[in-house]
Design a binder for this molecule. Structure first.
Ligand SMILES: Cc1ncc(C[n+]2csc(CCOP(=O)(O)OP(=O)(O)O)c2C)c(N)n1
Length: 752
């Protein structure tokens, strides 16, 4: 589809033949006429939203004609109908989206019209696969089975945006990375002068994004009249040549018009002077190209009339067909929130049945209902045993696990097992990349061979040595920009890589929230399973360390368990961390993997490395301790505190406490909770995150709803106070739930 120079003596225009120019005019007109028809359908209430491409057609067809369809990658935005048409999307596909038909190829009725889902790509991933061709191999048994990787040596990625959107921090974060890494990306800014009602000079200092960016290293930047097809075509040709040759990213700033208001829900005459609107009409790209074709004798008026008739007929036929199309089944909404082909809850991830157990756990993973019921005699004898043990341990303030581990030279910390798991998985799977802030041993490649330097390897040293072992292509530092870390990982994962990125502190995850809520978890759902972004975000979370305070010691996991499309994992011990991290890496969904900082090097729950194939399925609680009187549902750092409280209750009051460690918060093991609550009839939910509207509220509501008749007491919750984590240890201790608080809450609950 790319315009080639004419091989004849016929006059050409920027290398395009007259016939090609006529086809381009046809595409631009087709785009406008689809908009016009959609507007009609919206007024007839046959579709539900309309956003037009009007005024942008010349710039967009110019971009498409310089790309290689099926070879390059494109991230279009809602104004890009002409771009998508020129790249091969059909008018009928567009109308199918407008009516929300089941056969809408972008989303199956889930997205608004003009919200595309075709050929999403990532320049960085393409470059990685090009350098590591063996990584592209399809492998059965993990996420790689579901990702066909297609790479071309000099592919480029086009990203389009309105000028208003360049005010977003994520735009600047992206330029940063593209510039530093000399990425093969073309940014196309479609500047129609307005972001809804806000003129560009109130949006961008000096009113010109390209002028602001002139000092960005490695960039080729050009401004053009986006209503002039040939001027746009030659600007984009220069951009593509520059970027395809590997010299770096490009930004084309095209000035276009917006004749149809922001969308059909907007009326620009409320805020734009008539003179300005009239001036824009003079610059309409379709009228301009038509005048040019006539002036150059490329065609005559009669040919234009015929062409318009043909386009109108095509648009009518396409919209008529779409209006007849079947609508999605109402129940289809629930599909493709997560991978349906590879479930991390499934038996293929269950290697632990034969594997080791963390020291200190009395029981194993959750069992089917009733299988773990213990009689009261057994509970009593257990109480006596643990009382004796507990007395000896009390002086050290540690859980039984701590003692046994000291005797076992092979027991290793959670930090160590996470590092080893990453190392083994990276060896097994060349698609895994690790990046984030400070995660590499060195930013400066030359330091790698300097034996006098140990390297950083993360502020908690979790990724130490990985860059030395696997190289800087696979382990590298990113700019200090969390949204960019997640967005970049998303793009890579959509292309088949497996990024395992780090959020240095959970407290800084919030700057990535748009990516984490609106982009990453819903890419599979919104594209009706066409795209997915399986990746792992490791985040160091939690308090109980003293000195962390706000910005370094807080939880907040319920924000993410409230987000469909993302699994949330929160291990309490080294062995679970290793098994769950491996499942997270191998599965086909995004996973937020929360690593409690206090547990990284805690004596509690250390374990020998369980080997390179040890996986734990998601959604299976661990029962640390059996008991017949009361159930505690907890996870993370409150597990050890609960175990201490439980030991004391048993010892001092002969109360048998069953302790369930959820291990994964989404999905979570309600079956294990139900089995235990049916046995004990009393339940306390304990977590380190704040109480109100917190993680425990959901579980409490579900227990109340589904197990009401099994309860002998109200469902209770114990959690952090509804405040922030403070610096002074005395304040932190009062804010976070302590073993004594859990003890008191359990004692009260058992007395009810
Ligand atoms: C992050 C975000 N904030 C607000 C909106 C609501 N919104 C949708 S389009 C738009 C204006 C975008 O203007 P611009 O980038 O110039 O593109 P144009 O629509 O003019 O092509 C706004 C504010 C949004 N979609 N996303």
């Amino acid at each position: 589809m790319r315009g080639e120079p004419a091989a004849t003596s016929e006059k050409t225009y920027e290398g395009l033949l007259p016939k090609q120019l006529l086809d381009i005019y046809r595409l631009m007109l087709l785009s406008r006429r689809i908009d016009d028809r959609e507007i009609q359908l919206k007024r007839q209430q046959k579709i539900y939203f309309q956003v037009s491409c009007a005024g942008h057609e010349a710039l967009l067809v110019a971009a498409a004609k310089n790309l290689r369809p099926g070879y390059d990658w494109v991230f279009p935005y809602y104004r890009d109908r002409a771009l998508c048409l020129a790249l091969g999307l059909t008018p009928e596909a567009m109308f199918l989206q407008a009516v929300g038909a089941a056969a809408d190829p972008s989303s199956g009725g889930r997205q608004m019209p003009s919200h595309w889902a075709s050929r999403i790509g990532c320049a960085e991933a393409g470059r990685y696969f090009h350098h590591h061709p063996s990584a592209a191999a399809k492998v059965a048994g993990d996420y790689r089975e579901f990702k066909d990787v297609e790479v071309h040596p000099d592919e480029i990625t086009l990203v389009t945006t309105g000028e208003g959107t360049t005010s977003q921090g994520e735009f600047w974060e992206s330029l940063n990375t593209a510039s530093i890494a000399k990425l093969p990306v073309i940014y196309l800014v479609e500047d129609n002068g307005y972001a809804i009602s806000v003129p560009v000079k109130y949006q961008t200092p000096g009113g010109s994004i390209s002028r602001l960016l002139t000092n960005f290293p490695n960039f080729y930047i050009e401004e053009c009249d986006g209503t002039d097809f040939l001027a746009s075509y030659s600007a984009l040709r220069r951009a593509v040549e520059y970027t395809r040759s590997g010299r770096g990213p490009t930004l084309i700033h095209g000035h276009v018009t917006r004749p149809y208001s922001h969308s059909l829900s907007d009326e620009e005459r409320l805020y734009r002077p008539e003179s300005e609107i009239q001036e824009e009409i003079e610059r309409d790209p379709i009228t301009r190209l038509q005048k040019f074709l006539l002036a150059e004798g490329v065609c005559d008026n009669a040919a234009i009339v015929v062409l318009h008739r043909e386009v109108d007929a095509e648009v009518r036929a396409a919209s008529d067909a779409a209006l007849q199309a079947a609508l999605p089944e109402a129940s289809s909404y629930s599909r493709h929130v997560y991978s349906e082909a590879l479930k991390p809850t499934g038996p293929s991830f269950d290697s632990q049945a034969q594997g080791p157990q963390p020291q200190g756990s009395q029981a194993q993973d959750s069992q089917p209902q009733g299988s773990q019921a213990r009689d009261s005699q057994a509970r009593d004898s257990q109480a006596k045993d643990s009382q004796a043990d507990g007395d000896a341990r009390q002086a050290e303030g540690a859980h039984p696990a701590a003692d046994t581990h000291r005797a076992d030279g092979g027991a290793r910390t959670m930090a160590d097992l996470i590092n080893t798991c990453l190392r083994d998985e990276m060896r097994r799977d060349e698609r895994i990349l690790i990046f984030g802030e400070d995660v590499a041993d060195f930013s400066n490649e030359e330091c790698l061979s300097n034996k006098a330097l140990k390297g950083k390897g993360g502020v908690f040293k979790i990724t130490i040595g990985l860059q030395r072992q696997f190289g800087s292509d696979r382990v590298f530092n990113s700019p200090l920009a969390e949204a960019n870390i997640v967005g970049r990982a998303l793009g890579m994962a959509a292309r088949g890589l497996k990024p395992v990125v780090e959020m240095q502190f959970f407290d800084y995850i919030w700057t990535a929230m748009h990516q984490l809520r609106n982009e990453l978890p819903l890419i599979r759902w919104r594209s009706n399973n066409l795209f997915s972004a399986p990746l792992v975000i490791r985040a160091a979370i939690g308090g109980y360390l003293t000195g962390g305070a706000i910005y370094h010691s807080q939880c907040g996991e319920s924000m993410f368990t409230h987000t469909p499309g993302m699994h949330v994992v929160f291990p309490s011990n080294a062995l679970d961390a290793a098994g769950l991290l491996r499942t997270a890496i191998r599965c086909d969904d995004p996973v937020l993997f929360l690593e409690h900082k206090r547990l990284y090097r805690e004596p509690f729950g250390r374990a020998p490395y369980p080997g390179p194939d040890y996986t734990i399925p998601f959604g299976k609680a661990r029962i640390w301790r059996q008991g017949g009187d009361v159930t505690v549902v907890t996870y993370g750092a409150t597990v050890t505190r609960t175990l201490q409280a439980a030991d004391r209750l048993e010892r001092e009051h002969a109360i048998g406490v069953e302790v369930l460690d959820l291990r994964t918060l989404n999905p979570y093991d309600f079956e294990a909770i139900a089995t235990s609550v049916r046995k004990t009839s009393r339940v306390l939910i304990v977590h380190e995150d704040t109480l109100s509207w917190g993680y425990g509220a959901e579980i409490a509501a579900r227990i109340a709803g589904e197990l009401f008749h099994d309860l002998d007491a109200p469902v209770e919750r114990l959690a952090a106070k509804d405040t922030f984590v403070a610096y002074q240890p005395r304040l932190e201790a009062a804010i976070l739930p302590q073993a004594e608080d859990i003890f008191a809450a359990l004692f009260k609950l058992c007395a009810y």
